[in-house]
Design a protein around this ligand. Structure first.
Ligand SMILES: C[S@@+](CC[C@H](N)C(=O)[O-])C[C@H]1O[C@@H](n2cnc3c(N)ncnc32)[C@H](O)[C@@H]1O
Length: 238
């Protein structure tokens, strides 16, 4: 993983105050309500970052959550913030857990960073029990025709991995899941962008401070894609 990831920067953490995604816990609460997890269930937070959701679900819902992330930097923070919780180093493409371990998997603003989405979907399917719920929130392109341009930029950010929602629905279904809820929450991304511009002066300044040199044209490519934010809940079927 590159050393220049916006989500690893202290500026990002200060901007978002714990979670590293648009909307904080608003969608996490919606996810819990719709996934109907029980107190005895074991969940996996795929791409747990600094462990904010692991702590939130324990304190507010009594849910047991194991965190997984490839970033040693973020895992160090996660362990410091949650000394009594289990955190694993690893990636979505190769989850270091036994088959059918979890009643549910959360992926909050993380799936867009996977280098191999289909391998990750297969892994999530493998480690989940049948009927388990997969909760995803992430960025997508409301204008997917412009996605080709953005992929040409070498830049580590979930904004480079915007999804074509139609394609994602196909991939998730093909991996063995039934999509039971799909909602647009683009207003949460908009709120975050406004907050970012207010704090940093401009998006360009934000990218420069948090992600290293932002390639010329990246912002224009991003605008063409019309970034949005979605929440998806999918159930593992046999
Ligand atoms: C935008 S942050 C979101 C973190 C956390 N889910 C949250 O909302 O606070 C993206 C996270 O995905 C992790 N990540 C990047 N590539 C990954 C991969 N291949 N597998 C699993 N996690 C990954 C990053 O290290 C980072 O913690």
């Amino acid at each position: 993983m590159s050393g220049n990831c916006a989500y690893e920067s202290p500026e990002m953490s200060a901007l978002l105050g714990g979670t590293l995604r648009p909307g904080g816990f608003a969608l996490t609460d919606r996810g819990v309500a719709n996934c109907r997890w029980n107190v005895d269930d074991l969940l996996l937070d795929l791409g747990c970052g600094a462990g904010a959701t692991v702590r939130y679900l324990d304190q507010n819902y009594g849910l047991s959550v194991v965190g997984l992330d490839p970033s040693q930097k973020l895992l160090t923070l996660a362990r410091k913030n949650n000394p009594d919780k289990e955190f694993l180093v690893g990636s979505g493409e190769a989850i270091p857990c036994q088959d059918e371990t979890f009643h549910g998997v959360l992926s909050e603003c993380t799936l867009s960073l996977m280098t191999d989405l289909n391998a990750t979907l297969q892994e999530v399917y493998r480690v989940m029990k049948t009927q388990g719920m997969f909760f995803i929130t992430d960025v997508y392109a409301r204008n997917p025709e412009a996605l080709e341009v953005i992929k040409t930029h070498q830049f580590t950010s979930c904004m480079r991995g915007l999804y074509d929602l139609k394609q994602l629905r196909t991939d998730v279904t093909r991996a063995g899941f039934e999509i039971i809820l799909l909602e647009d929450h683009s207003e949460l991304l908009k709120q975050l962008l406004v907050k970012t511009i207010f704090e940093f002066g401009s998006m360009q300044e934000f990218w420069l401070k948090t992600g290293g040199a932002c390639a010329a044209g990246f912002q224009d490519a991003l605008k063409m894609c019309k970034p949005g934010y979605f929440m998806m809940i999918a159930r593992k079927v046999e």
